[in-house]
Design a protein around this ligand. Structure first.
Ligand code: F6P
Length: 563
């Protein structure tokens, strides 16, 4: 990447991570804001018309992905200034510190080492003097051995039948990643084993996930980093009851051992739940939940697609990690994506970001990214506890194309909000049937063209549209998009895409000086829910000490659920 000027210590303080003066007081920020004022009204039509090389120059490559930034409202100078800002924010030092295992998650005092999950054997990454790479490979080997046994039928349920369905029980990072990846890679599920995912504490979730399953052929993977998450433990207990009730006389003493495995960092709680630690797959506190599906949290995925495909996915992650570490910031694609996001949020004030995969198998990708991005960068204080100087993480949303075109693209094309959007397209389909793929790709291309260039009033008039309708049929254009093109969706490409976004999120967090790896914002609601639950179920009328609105909501529930 770049040589780092000042190495961040292994156990840094916020001051070691932040630039000495706030970024907004830097010359780099002043230059960027001046530049923004100069170009903010330039239309993409003019930017393309005045520069025939623009598309070539602003298209970058990372591993197997091509990333075209040219339909964004920026110039080469914008990127140069953003890169300057990233240097001022000490991004190269932070990337280096992450790969070295420094405790850059300062509010939790933890290293941030999802990159170690895909490090090849032989690489050394130390946390507290211990090389963690052999630990990663030991767990991968255990996962592989277990997956092979389930896939081959050597592992059977309590009645001796093969496993047909793996049900992952988890929530947040212990659900969204494996669920998204299973949907994306189900074409590789070649052992006759399908996966399902239960996350919501709403009983409807586990009810529908299990209603047509045979307990004798069902394996539950209870996935929870902490093994204290109430939704997961509640669903796991319901799953255990369902299994034992369903097996009845066939259960035998080892039914739970044969139908339940755990993925966690918390062996004591796994044991307390009744799962034999021999059937537990571990990971480490330096893997954030939302960065964890390439750890043992991906076990359900590995059982479905097999260890070899899982490792191909890890190789895809790794390729982008290497790019992050070794490529100058000027051509470092995840860094540029993160900086372009900062450009829109902080300079233009566009505060939402759409991710639109033109691939049905990536339908869950936006939901996965919502946690990755918003739980990471939805913060308003900096590492040192001071208020953020700039608006932080965007609101991330999206669905698989072409569905969104017939729902909310109206707003993207003609609404008063400007929504920067990532369009993700694939050159080859996974299901080559009829004319579907050219049609899909045509829409992927056409949407970004329409958003960028629009349709002028004169163009509308030439079509003979009555004057009264011209305004309604005019498209202003100048709506920014990034096109990400991949050869085809496969395990490796999925790893590349996820790592691309992981590192873009890191880049944005470094600019804002926030801790992208904690999530204190989820705590208060959890604590209050724990207080409210007994108030809903107490036999005697509880003395409610909430605000009047909350008290009334609780009383309504009690009235509807007497006794
Ligand atoms: O509540 C948020 C969170 O802590 C996420 O960060 C995490 O991915 C999710 O809950 C699940 O946590 P666990 O894996 O410990 O059950």
């Amino acid at each position: 990447m770049t040589s780092t000027e000042h190495e961040i210590p292994a156990d840094p303080s916020p001051a070691d991570l932040l630039p000495p003066t706030p970024l907004t007081q830097s010359a780099e920020w002043a230059a960027l804001t001046a530049h923004h004022s100069a170009i903010r009204d330039r239309h993409l039509r003019d930017l393309f018309a005045s520069d025939t090389e623009r598309a070539d120059r602003l298209t970058f490559e990372v591993a197997d992905l091509v990333v075209d930034l040219s339909k964004n409202r920026l110039t080469d100078e914008t990127l140069r200034l953003l890169v300057g800002l990233a240097r001022r924010a000490r991004l190269p030092e932070r990337i280096d510190a992450m790969f070295r295992g420094a405790r850059i998650n300062t509010t939790e005092g933890r290293a941030v080492l999802h990159v170690a999950l895909r490090a090849p054997e032989g690489e050394r990454i130390e946390v507290d003097g211990r090389d963690v790479v052999p630990d990663v490979h030991a767990v991968l080997a255990r996962m592989s051995e277990f997956s092979d046994r389930v896939r081959s039928g050597a592992w059977t349920g309590a009645t001796g039948q093969r496993i047909a369905t793996v049900v992952n029980v988890g929530i947040g990072g212990s659900d969204l990643g494996p669920a998204m990846a299973y949907e994306a890679l189900r074409d590789w599920a070649d052992a006759g084993i399908s996966a399902r995912f239960v996350s919501n504490v709403d009983a409807a979730d586990i009810f529908h996930a299990t209603e047509d399953l045979d307990p004798a052929t069902t394996l539950f993977v209870i996935s929870s980093k902490t093994f204290t998450t109430v939704e997961t433990l509640t669903n796991a207990a319901t799953a255990r009851d369902w299994l034992l009730r369903g097996l009845g006389d066939r259960a035998g003493p080892d039914a739970v051992a044969k139908h339940f495995v755990a993925v966690s960092t918390n062996e004591a709680e796994v044991r307390r739940f009744g799962i034999d630690p021999a059937n537990m797959f571990g990971f480490w506190d330096w893997v954030g939940g939302r960065y964890s599906f390439d750890s043992a949290i991906g076990l359900s995925l590995m059982v479905a697609i097999g260890p070899a495909r899982f490792r191909e996915m890890l190789a895809g992650f790794r390729a982008v990690d290497e790019h992050l570490r070794a490529t100058p910031l000027e051509r470092n694609v995840p860094v540029l994506l993160g900086l372009v996001a900062v450009w829109y949020i902080d300079l233009f004030g566009f505060d939402t970001h759409a991710v639109l995969p033109y691939n049905q198998e990536l339908a869950r990708f936006p939901a996965y990214l919502q946690q990755l991005d918003m739980e990471s960068n939805g913060k308003s204080v900096r590492l040192d506890g001071t208020r953020a100087h700039l608006p932080t993480g965007p609101i991330v949303w999206g669905t698989a194309g072409t569905n969104g075109q017939h729902a909310y693209y109206q707003l993207l094309h003609q609404g008063t909000h400007i929504v920067p959007a990532d369009f993700i397209g694939f050159l080859r389909p996974n299901h080559d049937i009829g004319d579907h793929h050219p049609l899909l790709y045509a829409n992927f291309v056409a949407q970004t063209e329409a958003l960028a260039f629009g349709k002028s009033a004169d163009e509308v008039r030439v079509e003979g549209v009555p004057e009264a309708q011209v305004a309604a049929r005019t498209f202003d254009g100048n709506r920014p998009t990034t096109s990400i093109v991949a050869p085809a969706l496969d395990p490796r490409i999925l790893g590349e895409l996820v790592a691309l976004y992981e590192h873009s999120v890191l880049t944005q967090g470094v600019i804002w000086g926030i801790d992208s790896f904690d999530q204190w914002g989820v705590e208060l609601g959890k604590v209050l829910a724990k207080r409210v639950e007994p108030e809903l179920t107490a036999n005697d009328e509880p003395a409610l000490r909430h605000d009047p609105s909350t008290n009334a909501l609780i009383r309504r529930f009690r009235a509807a659920n007497p006794g």
